[in-house]
Design a protein around this ligand. Structure first.
Ligand code: SAH
Length: 239
């Protein structure tokens, strides 16, 4: 597969169809709105964002991108869903944020012209929507400076994650639209770590994210069976 083909057009279409929902805190992306403060605080506490350049890969409507821009000096958001990007641009302008640039690109294409440009990279809830997450991770590594921080978030692949993230979230609790996730595209932490290591990244921390359906609150946890985040640093071989 050439780098340019690492896109699932069905997956991108799903997000184009839902684009108008991005900033509705009670709509299809409600879980991301609830999760955002937790993940942003984690990123902020574990990287040196202030005054730095950051990139949000698979930025969607810009929920996390805007949080990053509240601390970083410049933030770039890239995504393939043009309707999501249009919504992200409108919201950015309404919020009078001047330090965000959005563009329609895969990270693989972006890496062809951007080498070691960013101090911090986030790629959250996106790897489970691409045909080859391994290629995505390599391109993410290519665009980060040596010693820079990368944060990935995705969903583990096991019986529990099937029951919780698909049956529970899509069919019982109606937290997400039906068909949001394909079980086969879920990623085990060991796979993500292996691909990242091959891409020159060193694992700093693996941490679970759990959802309590009673309190409707997300929190960090040792339990990585369903949602999890991984923090990596790009190895600096000049050290
Ligand atoms: N990271 C955001 C959005 C997650 S939704 C957040 O957590 O708030 C997943 C996003 O990935 C969608 O906006 C979708 O359009 C995008 N996406 C899917 N495949 C992609 C690809 N190959 N390249 C870039 N973006 C992609």
């Amino acid at each position: 597969m050439s780098q340019r083909e690492n896109i699932s057009s069905e997956e991108v279409q799903k997000f184009n169809d839902l684009a108008k929902e991005w900033w509705n805190p009670h709509g299809s992306f409600a879980p991301l709105h609830k999760l955002n403060p937790l993940r942003f605080e984690y990123i902020r506490a574990n990287s040196n964002l202030e005054g730095k350049t950051a990139i949000d890969v698979g930025c969607g409507g810009g929920i996390l991108t805007e949080s990053l821009a509240s601390v970083a000096s410049n933030v770039h958001g890239i995504d393939m869903a043009e309707k999501g990007l249009a919504v992200a641009n409108i919201h950015k302008n309404d919020s009078e944020l001047t330090n965000i640039v959005y563009s329609q690109s895969t990270v693989e294409d972006y890496a062809l012209t951007n080498n070691e440009n960013f101090d911090v990279l986030t790629c959250m809830e996106m790897l489970e929507h691409v045909p080859s997450p391994e290629e995505t991770i390599q391109a993410c590594s290519d665009i980060v400076v040596k010693g820079g921080d990368l944060f990935f978030a995705t969903i583990n692949r096991n019986i529990k994650s099937y029951v919780m993230a698909i049956v529970g979230a899509e069919y019982i609790l109606n937290l997400l639209p039906k068909g949001t996730h394909e079980f086969d595209c879920f990623i085990k932490p060991s796979e993500l770590e292996k691909w990242s290591r091959s891409a020159g990244l060193e694992l700093i921390e693996l941490i679970g994210v759990i959802y309590n359906p009673i309190t409707t609150v997300f929190s960090l946890s040792d339990d990585v069976d369903v949602n999890y985040m991984m923090h990596f640093k790009k190895i600096n071989d000049d050290r």
